[in-house]
Design a protein around this ligand. Structure first.
Ligand SMILES: NC(=O)c1ccc[n+]([C@@H]2O[C@H](COP(=O)([O-])OP(=O)(O)OC[C@H]3O[C@@H](n4cnc5c(N)ncnc54)[C@H](O)[C@@H]3O)[C@@H](O)[C@H]2O)c1
Length: 339
């Protein structure tokens, strides 16, 4: 069963399908609100079926290479990560075309609304559902969630413990209820899987430099830009003394001969690129889903993983709308406080 409906239907359809013994591929974000996550995890555990969330990036060669490089210490100790999505078009900002024959004759409007407020038919709400909070999850649920999935896969993280967001509706004032610019800040505590680090995520739908998207991990000795088919590793470790007078004095004191022998150093940047003909993340993610079904294995992105990737994205919305920081317990999947 593939659940590719608007976000507010993901939980109900996924749980019903799993209760019927079906394997489920559920699009991201796995749930529409943090309170829905436990039901999906419970249904997967109880029914022992394959369940996979659709953040395809984490099945990509690029994410796998980044995970390997981080574990090898290629950027030293991770201390910061950042991600960005920039768009600058009506389609990019979710102003999708509305079919001329859209009406209650062609759309099962009442079914679409589910438990949310029953209002007269509104084609914008049906075809541009991402803009409305009853059905969509804003830019963080739509886009940040991809970056969380990849980041958590690469770092083996369960998620941040503090979440703060800021943003605004700057341009696409078409009746939407969600911001078109959003910045999220996240604090990841030290765990046995990774050191403490900070994450900064941004989405800008009014960006003149449109179509730049990236995920970057920064460590004490370098950084890497992670794409689905490529990882660019930058090594910033300083190998030689600088011409700073203090450093020169120290060098002379430590080295009586005053001879600073040069070293052979690795390249400043290395690009790892997928072989020609690579089918890409979408293909790999579906391949992993069908493989898990055939081999009766856990999927690469099961309900617990999907919940942990969706939660900080959804809590970003909570922080933005309440103007408060949210403290989250990613181990026990609980909101600790909102102050
Ligand atoms: N992984 C990705 O890169 C990616 C890309 C695009 C969309 N998505 C996700 O896929 C989902 C769908 O997005 P979209 O852009 O395709 O939306 P869409 O509006 O184009 O399609 C949604 C479909 O769901 C149907 N639908 C609505 N309510 C339903 C119900 N109760 N039962 C059955 N069908 C129902 C609608 O008729 C429509 O055909 C979203 O959760 C979105 O976040 C993921």
């Amino acid at each position: 069963m593939i659940v590719a409906t608007p976000d507010h239907w993901h939980k109900d359809i996924s749980v019903d399908a799993m209760n019927s013994g079906k394997a489920v591929y559920c699009e991201k974000p796995m749930v529409h609100s943090v309170s829905e996550g436990a039901a999906v995890v419970e249904a997967q555990n109880r029914n022992k079926v394959v369940f996979q969330v659709g953040s395809q990036g984490l099945s990509s060669l690029g994410n796998e290479k980044a995970k390997e490089l981080l574990a090898q210490g290629a950027i030293g100790q991770l201390n910061y990560a950042e991600g960005f999505w920039a768009r600058n078009s009506p389609e990019g900002a979710w102003q999708y075309a509305i079919p001329a024959d859209a009406s209650e004759k062609t759309v099962d409007w009442k079914r679409f609304l589910n438990q949310y407020k029953h209002i007269p038919f509104d084609s914008k709400r049906f075809f541009r559902w991402r803009n409305y909070r009853d059905y969509g999850t804003g830019v963080s649920g739509d886009l940040f969630v991809h970056l969380f999935s990849s980041l958590h896969f690469i770092t083996n993280s369960k998620g941040p413990q503090k979440i703060m967001a800021m943003g605004g509706l700057r341009y696409w004032k078409d009746g939407r209820e969600v911001p078109d610019i959003l910045m999220g800040m996240f604090d990841y505590a030290e765990t046995k899987e990774h050191p403490a680090f900070n994450l900064s995520l941004r989405v800008n739908f009014v960006d003149g430099t449109a179509d730049s998207t990236y995920l970057r991990l920064v460590g004490s000795e370098g950084s890497m830009n992670v794409e689905w088919d490529r990882v660019t590793l930058y090594r910033n470790k300083s190998y030689a003394a600088t011409d700073d007078p203090l450093a020169a004095t120290k060098l002379n004191r430590d080295n009586v001969s005053g001879y600073e022998r040069k070293k052979i150093v690795p390249p400043n940047s290395t690009v790892y690129t997928a072989e020609k003909g690579y089918k890409g993340a979408h293909f790999d993610h579906f391949y992993n889903f069908f493989k898990a079904i055939r081999e009766k294995n856990l999927s690469v992105e099961d309900a617990l993983f999907g919940y942990r990737a969706a939660a900080p994205a959804l809590l970003c919305n909570d922080s933005y709308f309440s103007n408060k920081a949210v403290v989250w317990d990613p181990e026990n999947l609980k909101v600790v406080s909102t102050k």
